[in-house]
Design a protein. Sequence first.
Length: 188
Amino acid sequence: MASTATKRISADEFWALEDRPDVRLELIDGEVVELPGAGGYHATLVLHIFDLLRAHIRAHDLGLIYPDNLTYLFQRDPDILRIPDISFISASAVPTDWPPMGYIEVVPSLVIEVVSPSNSAAEIRRRIRDYVGADVSMVWVIWPDDRSVSVYTATLDSKELQSDELLDGGTVLPGFSVRVADLFDIPH
């Protein structure tokens, strides 16, 4: 039986694809991958966490934070373009010609992923490897089912935080801390 190889494309070829506003796409090892919809709880949780962080980031002029709407280049040859749920770019890393017209070639300092029922464990592990491999300083994986957070650093060291523990921004977001349970306490 003959196998068919999928044609790999570059980040630039991906960016030139016809816009499909109803579909979110990423480029993984040069292959286009469609992201499933996340659902209302996921979107609300992402925005709640974004709001908590944005207030601190703005108050201390630390940089730029975005909810799931920026596409970052995390690797070349084969190219990887990903859309994190939340990303933070430190002020020192923001180029003078900001914002760019296409995908982002600046490596964010912090990436946050909120796990959805559609995410597999293998997919989450791959995302963490892609982010840390691109020199993202810190990755937070938010686990809604057990109300916990996994924190990964550039060396792939990790720690698991439960509801009663404090999550802090370390050197990436100096002065930021929140009780893990408060990440899930969404105001109505």
